[in-house]
Ligand binder design. Structure first.
Ligand code: FAD
Length: 468
């Protein structure tokens, strides 16, 4: 059969972009369909605007502290029009960078939601297009918990947050995960009185407790109120303020309410049943090659629910495309690749590999090797002495996982990921020189500490004395 395209890609966020741009550069005929904006959630209402806002908030915080330490008089003004500035930057990126990447893709942009007619045919904008293979890259939407009264409140989600005209005077955030915590610190540092309320026992519940507890201490020092372990019993409005009621009888009040309480999957417009693609409430079902239940359709990215991160979505896009060209026995298993992650608060929280709680549950013997920023002269001198580099390691130096809390952790975690994924042991890190005085030097220090711990063995000590 002759198809209109080699492949069609539905949704052009990080996953869809990876597929469409790589395939078109390989000379394949690509149809790209996006109902909203190129770059998807990540570029428009996710990673990029949220990190831009955090950067502005961080600069403001530095000035505030300078002011406290050294300057006379009042604080500098808040950054002018933060959301308008972010929008200007995003428009520039879209017009000058992203659009050019799609020059070889046949784009159907803002023509509506694509839907399947059959496994090879997709309809959009009143027309039908056939393709040999289809890649579903439709991501997720913000979940809104069924809180009594929520339907009568004008609340914010990440899809509306960055369209605010100014920083509100106060805000309640429902959700203490990555998005809730990042936005809590950003808005607070930009002058908003922030309250975070959530059901988990500590912030960033996907990490080990120390990270969330440390972050809560920092939040408290910065004036952010955190209510852990609360069930929300209702929301309503009193005197132009939104009131969030908890199961402990608290009334948490804010001018705005941000819901950052997880994600949901909405495949209603796609008509997956016409293509025979199976899904459930945790996303589209895929095998290790990222193939769906229909043998010509792949589903990389958030839409399959495996890992909700942009870098994972891009990586899966690349793997799905390669698997579409590789014979079955040689296809790549996307689950074999580690997924590091970072929460971009200050201090940043990053992790890769096994969590300590996971090692305990699986009964794996491990040693915790840790270096603290507060013991590192460079970190003290630079005023960033909060956090630690912590690795979970076997007796023989095999690295199971690493958690870094502190300045630069998002940049540092990649080295640990490389070591774990390639089964490098601790001595390999020890013999790698690291620039000084960087925070990544702490990674080398962790490996040296691990080696020094070996020297507690009397036999090795005796050997060292003899050989010296
Ligand atoms: C506030 C916030 C901050 C975040 N920060 C980070 C971060 O710092 N680092 C990180 O790694 N991740 C972050 N994430 C997560 C990240 O945004 C997602 O993991 C990533 O965008 C997923 O990429 P994707 O391509 O799978 O889907 P998406 O980016 O969601 O893209 C899917 C696209 O499909 C389109 N679409 C859906 N249905 C149809 C249809 N029927 N027809 C046509 N088009 C359709 C949508 O319009 C959308 O553009 C953040 C998320 C949020 C909300």
């Amino acid at each position: 059969m002759r198809y209109d395209y080699d492949l069609s890609v539905i949704g052009l966020g990080p996953a869809g972009m990876a597929v469409a741009v790589m395939a078109s550069n390989m000379g394949l005929r690509v149809l790209g369909i996006e109902q909203r904006a190129l770059g998807g959630e990540c570029m428009t209402v996710g990673c990029i605007p949220s990190k831009a806002l955090l950067r502005m908030a961080q600069s403001r915080h530095v000035f505030d502290n300078l002011d406290r330490w050294a300057l006379e008089g009042g604080s500098p003004p808040h950054p002018a029009r933060p959301f308008a500035r972010i929008a200007e930057h995003l428009t520039y990126v879209n017009d000058k960078k992203t659009t050019a990447m799609f020059s070889k893709v046949d784009l159907k942009l803002r023509e509506g939601a694509a839907s399947f007619v059959d496994p090879h045919t997709v309809a959009v904008g009143g027309k039908e297009y056939t393709a040999k293979r289809v890649f579903i890259c439709t991501g997720t939407r913000p979940a809104v918990p069924p809180i009594p009264g929520i339907d009568k409140i004008d609340f914010l989600t990440n899809e509306t947050l960055f369209a605010l005209s100014e920083i509100p005077e106060s805000m309640v955030i429902i959700g203490g995960g990555a998005i809730g915590s990042e936005m809590a610190q950003a808005f607070s540092r930009l002058g908003c009185k922030v309250t975070v309320v959530h059901m988990d026992p500590y912030l960033i519940p996907q990490a080990d407790p120390e990270a969330g507890q440390l972050l809560e201490q920092v939040f408290s020092d910065e004036g952010i109120s955190v209510y852990n372990g609360r069930k929300i019993t209702g929301v309503d409005k009193e005197n132009d303020q939104i009131v969030v009621h908890t199961d402990r009888g608290e009334k948490l009040v804010g001018k705005e309410l941000l819901i950052a309480a997880g994600r949901r999957y909405d495949f209603s417009s796609l008509k997956l049943e016409n293509a025979g693609v199976a899904y459930d409430k945790r996303g589209i079902k895929v095998d290790k090659a990222l193939l769906t239940s229909q043998r010509n359709i792949y589903a990389p990215g958030d839409c399959n629910g495996a890992h909700l991160f942009s870098h994972a979505a891009m990586h899966q896009g690349m793997i799905a495309l390669m698997n579409a060209m590789i014979p079955w026995p040689f296809r790549m298993n996307f689950r074999r690749y580690l997924v590091p992650w970072t929460v971009f608060t200050e201090p940043q929280v990053s992790h890769v590999g096994a969590m300590e709680k996971e090692l305990k549950e699986r009964g794996i013997a491990y040693e915790v090797v840790e270096e603290r920023y507060e013991d590192y002269g460079a970190a003290i001198a630079e005023g960033i002495a909060i956090g630690s580099v912590r690795a979970y390691v076997s007796k023989t130096g095999r690295i199971y996982g690493a958690t870094i809390i502190g300045e630069g952790s998002g940049e540092m975690i990649g080295e640990w990921g490389l070591a774990i994924q390639n089964k490098l042991r601790m001595h390999k890190i020890m013999f790698l020189q690291h620039s000084f005085p960087t925070m990544s030097f702490l990674t080398k220090r962790v490996s040296e500490t691990w080696m020094m711990n070996r020297m507690k063995n009397p036999l090795l000590k005796a050997m060292a004395r003899r050989l010296f």
